[in-house]
Ligand binder design. Structure first.
Ligand code: HEM
Length: 185
């Protein structure tokens, strides 16, 4: 049982409302942009990749690898792997999280700019919603991470949402593409 008085716990929990609200505004804002922005023909930033599709699929595979590192390092730091966590683990978690976020930007930028949220296909709609949720939940997570006054359970819940949204967005797009169409040209 918690040794904190019930009133104090609920005051601390209520501090979670603001980061969640800011995250919700980001999620809905991206959704509205995706829904209203007119579709474009392509993007100029597929760089060394031969096409926009190839850039999106391979960068998403990289994002999923970083997300897997995030999961393992988080479970390790929370003592869920039964092995003592080394001092450098926090840094690996931070760097892989930053890389997952940065690597996702050119991909999601292309999704929002070129495709938007206009489909009636369940997979595609789910993909777009998870993509928007990922960025909203990411903003909430950063705010929760830097707040010293929130209860300890807040971070794993918000971080779990970030992870689930990102992995869901990746599975419903790049992984689906590779499984159904093979290597993109
Ligand atoms: C920010 C919100 C996002 C929206 C609105 C969105 C929307 C879309 C849409 C409509 C498609 C076409 C799906 C199809 O027809 O099969 C798509 C494809 C794709 N998305 Fe997203 N997406 C978003 C975020 C993301 C994120 C975060 C990732 C990866 C980290 C991602 C990776 C991909 C990939 C790899 C494809 C397949 C390539 C393609 O069809 O162009 N998307 N996205």
């Amino acid at each position: 049982m918690s040794d904190q008085p019930a009133g104090q716990t609920s005051i601390k929990a209520s501090l979670l409302v603001l980061p969640l609200l800011i995250g919700a505004v980001v999620t809905v804002g991206l959704g509205v942009f995706a829904r209203t922005h007119p579709a474009q023909r392509g993007v100029s930033w597929h760089g060394p990749f031969p096409s926009m599709l190839s850039m999106k699929v391979w960068l998403t595979v990289a994002v999923l690898v970083f997300a897997a590192i995030q999961l393992v390092t988080a479970l390790w730091m929370y003592g869920k792997l039964g092995i003592a966590s080394p001092s450098w683990l926090g840094k690996v978690h931070k760097v892989s999280g930053g890389l997952a976020f940065l690597t996702s930007l050119p991909v999601a930028g292309a999704c929002l700019w070129v495709l938007g949220l206009h489909s009636t296909d369940t997979r595609v709609v789910l993909h777009g919603l998870l993509g928007c949720l990922f960025y909203g939940a990411f903003v909430s997570k950063i705010l929760v991470l830097h707040s010293k006054r929130l209860p300890g359970w807040a971070l794993p819940i918000v971080a779990g949402t970030v992870f689930t949204a990102l992995v869901g967005a990746g599975l419903s797009s790049a992984v689906w593409w590779l499984v159904t169409h093979g290597i993109p040209k």
